[in-house]
Design a protein around this ligand. Structure first.
Ligand SMILES: *Cc1c(COP(=O)(O)O)cnc(C)c1O
Ligand code: SF4
Length: 362
């Protein structure tokens, strides 16, 4: 049975397992939520063997049925433009070279990204995770996780472990509790963070039971991934509220995407909406040079101008740091507010573009 918009009135709609079982995976399934244009239907067929096409019914219900340029729709529905961008790289961050043990990416001395699975609730068109990988069973996955855990145990410099994937919240509570318990038993692991898009794409996953379990493993931090103000629904706000009430600081990492959130008004509405939900905008990523994503990329200068436009015009903590992820770590892409030294003064530029001379003798 294909999920439809009408399912929103059923009690199962709020059951995350029901949502996972009824995900949209075909052009027919898509047609239950939107009126697909020819380009979308053709792209679903043409990309079927290369990039996964999966959307949760909840997220599908946020799509504008009549507007193919809808910012929700463009994040998850394939388009023909994905086929005409052969310039992108398959592994732009050179993750393979930075992997001391399978599933661990180490770019910094004190912290790692630990890819605990390959599964997400849905697949974003701008992400490398949409590349096909086969399903694997838990026994094999658990053996791999144990190998990575052993490496963390033997590496005392690791104080911060970022669980990512895929998406760690696709795991059941039991599996996640096991993994967190193993990490928490390692004395030098001071903090654990989860990078998850499920508060955005499947907010019903954030159950009271999950939050209770996470709170048993504090300090736990969560970074989620909202890209557009239309994603800030009542359901998503409730999910974030449950997390913050469990004592988990929630941050947001978005991606700057052309035609989706690359104008000051949209980004400001997103950031201010997040702050109203007590979610702190943390990073906004420059979109990577990734196969099939050329139509999403924004020139870095335009991104810098966008974030410069927010400074001084909204709460300071509503403004994320615009960053470029590189194989050598994240690099801030910020407007140079410090113009330089002139004798005993340092000249800085205010948000309105005025120059200020700050006496600062050496
Ligand atoms: C982003 C990232 C981190 C965490 O970086 P922070 O700036 O501390 O948020 C750690 N390891 C890798 C490989 C990363 O990509
Ligand atoms: S949820 Fe995150 S990891 Fe998964 S496809 Fe989307 S951006 Fe990629």
């Amino acid at each position: 049975m294909l999920a439809t918009r009408d399912d929103q009135s059923r009690p199962e709609w709020r059951d995350w397992a029901w949502q996972m079982r009824h995900r949209v995976r075909s052009a027919e399934g898509l047609a239950e939520f939107v009126d697909p244009v020819v380009d979308e239907v053709a792209a679903v067929a043409a990309l079927a063997d290369r990039f996964r096409f999966v959307i949760t019914p909840y997220y599908a219900s946020l799509m504008d049925p009549n507007d193919p340029e809808c910012p929700i729709r463009r994040q998850v529905v394939p388009r023909g433009a994905e086929l005409d961008d052969p310039a992108g790289l398959a592994d732009p961050l050179d993750e393979i070279a930075h992997s001391p043990v399978k599933n661990v990416i180490r770019v910094y001395a004190d912290r790692i990204a630990f890819c605990v699975n390959n599964e997400c609730a849905l697949y974003c068109r701008y992400c490398l995770r949409k590349r096909m990988v086969g399903d694997e069973d838990w026994t094999m996955r658990r053996r791999e996780l144990e190998t990575a855990l052993a490496w963390i145990r033997e590496t005392p410099s690791i104080r911060d472990v970022l669980l990512t994937g895929g998406d760690p919240l696709v795991f059941s509570d039991d599996k996640l509790a096991w993994l967190l318990g193993e990490l928490r038993a390692i004395p030098h692991v001071e903090i654990v963070r989860l990078g998850t898009r499920l508060p955005v794409t499947l907010p019903f996953r954030v159950t009271p039971e999950l939050c209770e379990m996470l709170a048993e493993h504090h300090p736990v931090w969560v970074n989620t991934h909202f890209n557009h103000p239309r994603e800030l629904t009542a359901e998503a706000a409730e999910a974030c509220d449950r997390l913050t009430r469990a004592g988990i600081p929630v941050g947001n990492q978005s991606v700057l995407l052309r035609g989706i959130n690359d104008d000051t008004a949209t980004m400001k509405a997103l950031c201010e909406g997040l702050v109203r939900m007590r979610v702190r905008p943390y990073y906004c990523y420059q979109a990577q040079l990734l196969e099939g994503t050329g139509h999403f990329r924004v020139p870095i200068e335009d991104g810098m101008a966008l974030f410069r436009g927010l400074r001084g015009r909204t709460s300071g903590f509503a403004i994320p740091l615009y960053v470029l992820d590189t194989p050598h770590g994240k690099v801030p892409l910020t407007h140079p507010h410090v113009r330089g030294r002139e004798g005993d003064d340092v000249v800085v530029e205010t948000f309105e573009g005025k120059l200020w001379r700050e006496p600062n003798p050496l």
